[in-house]
Design a binder for this molecule. Structure first.
Ligand SMILES: Cc1cc2nc3c(=O)[nH]c(=O)nc-3n(C[C@H](O)[C@H](O)[C@H](O)COP(=O)(O)O)c2cc1C
Length: 498
């Protein structure tokens, strides 16, 4: 059964012993940094999801904060109704590969849309009062991190739904020591529409609107069924609708309701909906510091600003907060399953020998083959797969700084096993490709900056950790490792003793 909303997902986590309600106070004011410490503590201990209901330093103290719901691969898999990450990934890939399984959304009336419980019109909107603000680390601004952002292509009218964070200026620290105007703090927000990697679909919509001299409407639906979050974080082809893909993932249509002030539709059970419009001249502003997904602070970022035209929310709404920081962090896995899915769907379409693809929280890409040694189609097959990974569909794989290809006996989720394969199957000069002309992961501080002030080109490394039969050996040493079934037998024998 698909979840109707985030609440049903949280209830499921609670029944599975994966969620705790916490009434200890947490200070979420700017500069206190308690939430980043909490994130680190939970990540280091595979901690559960939390609902924090005793926040201090928050402008909306009555609104509980959902924290760390996706903090393990298992919980992220539960979005798709299983706690097995591989099974979830294969479901994600299966639906991605087959648009005939996608299901169109269903439009419902306002009466069936709890996101309309409270409607705040444009004149009354005040971001400082109507949107919860929680601060992390040394970040200058408070971010909206649980939103899916809906826009329509100004030329074709085709919808896009993407997971992009938004920034509030209220109570923000200006990175250059200036201050934000009252209008900016209370009536405007910003979306990370030009971000890493480039060519996000909202960015394309915005560029088209700007070229046509037209405004671009948007709606940010916050805290929805996490299957929709997953779909919106997946790079489906431009011109296709993530609501349809989400329907396929859920096995049931997403229920949508029309917005109040813009010609867009949002999930009826969202906790909050922020409606707005980018003016045709698309004003921008500077924000910072911002903590990024590779674990460093960006000192400043420039992003497009939009006017908020309405806010609606549920009665007793929930908020979600997360930070990007030195991995791992909560939404790592929520963001990685789509990248793994995009890569695997594309590689398997072209290369049947590809069995699995895993992307680590630090974004090392590991491709597992179903064949090795003499069973590979040709001696340099591992290198062919490395190039195919860099050339795979989606915005992410081309930015893979390190790609490793392993055989079927190496568990791609086990970095110790992957390291073992590199140590025992790789000769660095012969089996490593250095690509000097890769697309940069914009956030990587080791990549040299181009004239625009950010890196566009990066060096990349591909490691072929397959067994080099027949090109180098006729025979390979036997692996010395216990039989997994026998390990289980021994464990059973010792149950209650050890
Ligand atoms: C929680 C979360 C936050 C994200 N924030 C951004 C962001 O701010 N900007 C961005 O371009 N991509 C962001 N991403 C990645 C995009 O959602 C992903 O690349 C997606 O494919 C974008 O949709 P699009 O292909 O329709 O542009 C985020 C992903 C997650 C899971």
């Amino acid at each position: 059964m698909p979840y109707q909303d985030l609440r049903e997902f949280l209830a499921h986590l609670e029944r599975a012993g994966q969620l705790r309600r916490v009434s200890v106070t947490f200070d979420v004011g700017r500069g206190t940094n308690e939430l980043q410490a909490l994130m680190r503590h939970l990540a280091a201990n595979d901690g559960p999801a939390l609902v924090l209901d005793n926040l201090v330093g928050c402008n909306t103290p009555g609104v509980p904060l959902v924290f760390n719901p996706y903090g393990t691969r298992e919980r992220t898999a539960m979005i798709l109704g299983t706690s097995d990450p591989v099974e979830a990934k294969l479901r994600h890939v299966g639906v991605l590969q087959d648009p005939s399984r996608w299901i169109k959304p269903r439009l419902v009336g306002r009466g069936e849309a709890p996101c309309k419980d409270v409607v705040i019109p444009r004149e009354a909107v005040s971001v400082d009062r109507h949107i919860p603000h929680v601060f992390f680390g040394r970040e200058g601004a408070s971010y909206i991190t649980g939103g899916v952002v809906v826009t329509k292509d100004p030329e074709t009218g085709v919808r896009n739904v993407g997971a992009y964070r938004a920034t509030s200026f209220w109570n923000g620290l200006h990175p250059q020591g200036g201050s934000y105007s009252d209008e900016r703090m209370k009536k405007q927000l910003s979306v990370f529409a030009f971000w890493n990697p480039p060519m996000s679909h909202i960015g394309l919509h915005l560029a088209r609107a700007q070229r046509l001299g037209r405004p671009l409407e948007l709606a940010i639906a916050c805290q929805v069924d996490p299957a929709l979050h997953l779909a919106s974080a997946t790079g489906i082809p431009f011109g296709m609708d993530e609501y349809d893909y989400a329907g396929g993932l859920r096995g049931a249509p997403v229920d949508l309701v029309c917005c109040e002030t813009v010609d867009l539709e949002v999930p009826a059970t969202a906790e909050y909906v922020i409606e707005g419009v980018f003016r045709p001249d698309v004003p921008t502003d500077i924000i910072g510091w911002h903590s990024n997904a590779v674990g460093y602070y960006d000192k400043h970022q420039i992003f497009p600003v939009f006017d908020v035209t309405a806010i609606t929310h549920r009665r007793d709404p929930l908020w979600y907060g997360t930070i990007e920081m030195m991995p791992p962090f909560d939404h790592n896995y929520m963001a990685l399953m789509p990248v793994e899915g995009e890569l695997l769907a594309d590689l398997q379409r072209k290369i049947p020998e590809v069995r699995d693809a895993v992307v680590t929280p630090n974004m090392t890409y590991i491709v597992q083959l179903g064949v090795d040694g003499a069973a590979r189609p040709h001696p340099e097959f591992g290198k062919y797969v490395l190039h195919a990974a860099w050339g795979a569909a989606g915005r992410w794989p081309r930015t893979a700084k390190i790609v490793i290809v392993v055989g079927p006996d190496v568990d791609p989720y086990d970095l110790g096993a992957v390291e073992w394969a590199i140590q025992t199957r790789v000769q660095p000069w012969s089996d490593i490709i250095i690509n000097r002309a890769g697309q940069a992961m914009v956030l990587d501080p080791s990549a040299p900056k181009g004239p625009q002030g950010f890196p566009t080109v990066s060096e990349q490394m591909g490691i072929d950790a397959t067994i080099k039969i027949p090109e180098r050996f006729t025979d390979y040493a036997e692996v010395s490792q216990a039989d997994p079934a026998q390990v289980q037998q021994v464990a059973r024998k010792l149950a209650g003793i050890l």
